[in-house]
Every structure is written in structure tokens, then in C-alpha cells.
Design a protein. Sequence first.
Length: 430
Amino acid sequence: MKSKERLREIYNQQGESVFTNKDMLKNIIVYLRIEEEDTKLLKQAIECGVHERVMQDLTTLDDPEQIQQQIDKLTDQYMWDIKKATRAIEYFAYAKFGELLPEKIHKRVKGITLEDFSQYLAWANQDKVEYQLKVAQCYELGIHPDDIKAFKWYLKGAEQGSIEAQYKLGLCSEHGKGIAENMGQAFNWYLKAANGGHTEAQRRVALCFERGLGIDFNKKEAFNRYSALAKQGDGPSRYDVARCYEKGIGVRKDAALAFKTYYNSALQQYSDAQYRIGLCYYNRELQPIQNYEKAIDWFIKAAKKGHTDAQVMLGHCYAQGIGDLAISHREAFYYYFNAASQGHCEAEYIVGNYFESEKIGTANYNNAFIWYEKASHQGHLEATFKLAQCYENGIGIAKNEKIALDLYSVLAEQGDLRAKKILKSLSQLD
């Protein structure tokens, strides 16, 4: 099956919400083993936000201007080759509409030339901040990324007072992109951008004070900074304020105020807060009522935004028939698989169980092995035990007693009694 057809299949099976979640979509593309060249192109397109723009802004394939705007975004802002830009747009458009781009689009598209890019560089070298950021962004997310050059151009923009460039330098310093990782330097750049009014940088500064990242711990300062942002209407910061009230971070614990603040953040569509409110109703936390129906409603809101823990909770609810839900292993698997596709360790293990069992059809031991292996690599002990059994008995993989013994030994060192018993019985056979 061709790459476009695979994307269309994902859209039909899991809906548009998958295509607005970057991490989930990238993991699904890798898992489906789409052709290597297409995988690289699609992952780069996702980093540039193509998936979201096509899903949200492209309403028809009958309007050439809409399509051209999507292509121009890649060619103008990120200096993509015009043919690759058109191909990337076509993949996501096909997923949504099930149709190829009109032939006239392929004939009329035009892109940025090397001469254009040279002009942008010339303007950037004339200290025009707009073009310094444009060039930096091209090197960061363009079709031929270069983190060192991206850092260089962000630095030039930052030195001229660009708060976006300062924030980007903070990210580069924190994650070691284009420069050695240095959390102290990252904090200083975040602080510069925050002092200039950059909201995300202000949030990062508060987090640094809370966790002692690049600066001494100061939980009171963290709370004050979260509170200042929350008063400006920032949903994620309201969530952080609620977290502080719940755990007593820089302020006295107050369960009622924590719940109220989580709720306000959830109303602003912040998925972490929606999930937390769901847990509050599910477990009767921070408030006196246990209400599974309300919990499920909030889990659904968060899950639609790609919140993996909410997806896992919905999987549990369907698997057990919680609240008004009838038991449905197919619905449960749908949510577990979405979470697993984003790297959620427990979900990976559960998906492996589903493939090994016959809850959703004929058992598929090859897929079970793949998902057990994924979870095991993240340190999931039950998945590691399952993986050992697969190697010991040749389930979904060629039998390999040496690897099985190695895995059982790892588990035994962790105190797993089953693994110790198996190792003891195997040693007696020798």
C-alpha cells in the first residue's frame, strides 16, 4: 500500500484528531513502516506544522488559492524545494479528502529560488531582524536542517532584542541544539525573553525556579510567576497554580482552591487540566463527589487533544464498563493504541496484550512481540517478562534461549520471583 493510502487509512480509522497531534502522528508513521524517503519527508512536514494547517485550514481541493497558501508557507518560510513541498501537502490532503491535488496545482506552483535565499541572507546580514529569524527558522526546520547555523542566526536576532530569538536560544541551550547543553545559559535567555513579555518564556522561567533548573530553587518565586501569568488568562499557568495549591509549592495547600483553579484551566481547553479534573471525579480527589460520567466526559475532552494518560483511562473505562459505558474491547483498544502510538509505556504493554489475546480478533503474535519490546525498552517489567517468554518459546520471534535468559536475569536482579524460579529450574536442567 502506498504512503498516501496508508495516511488515508489512518484518517478513516482514527479520525482527524490524530492529524492534529504531532507526536502521535509521527509515531504512527514510523510504526506503519511507510517508505523511508516518505517517512523523512512527512516527519519534516509535521515539524513545520503542515499536518495541522491542512486539517484546519484546507476546506476543499477545488480552491487553488487555498492549496497555494499551504505550499507557499513551506517554500517561503522554510525554503523547501517546491516539488517536495507540493508532495507533502498532497499526502495530508489525500488523507483528508481521499483525492490527489488538481493537476493544475502541480503546473502553477512556484517556490523560493537560491537567488531568493541569497537575498534573504543579504538582508539578514544587514541586521534586519525579520530575515535573521526567517533564515534561522529555515536552518532549524528546513528541508536541510543545520542546528549550528540556526543557533548563529537566532543569536544575531537575540542580540538585537528579538524576544522570540531569545526564547529560541533558551530552547537550543536547554536541549543542546547547535551548542553544548547548558541549563544556566538557557535560564538566562528565557529570562531575557520573559522580561520582554514572551509568555512561553515566562512559563519556562517559573518552571526553572520551581525545579532549580539553571538557578537556585525558589518555589515562592515560581508560584508568584505562575500566578502573574494566570491572572493574564494563561490556561497552562492556571494549571500550574492549581498544582501549587494541591501540592503546597510556594504556597499553603488548599484542595478546594486547587480544584477550582484546575477547573478554570480545563475550561480554557488545557488538556492536562481536563485530565486532572477527570481524575478528581474518578477518584473523588480535591472535592467530595465520585462521578464516573463526569470523569469520562473530561477524559474524552483531553483524549481528543492527544493526552495519552486520558486515552489510557478511557481504555480502562471501556475495558471494564465503567459508569454508563458498556464493555467494549474494540473501543478500549482504540484508545490504548492511540496512547501507545505516542510512546506511552503502559499503553504499549497493554496493546501487546491485546494482540496476544483474541479480544479484538485473531491473535497476532508478531505485533504482540513488537509492542512488548517497545514497552520493555522503556523499562516496563511486565513487558520485559512477556518479551522473555516470547524469546524462550519462539512467540512472534525466532526462539532464542540466550536472550530469554538475559532478560530473565535482568528481571531476577529487580526481584521478580517468577524470573528467579524460571532461572532456578533452567539451571537444574543443566
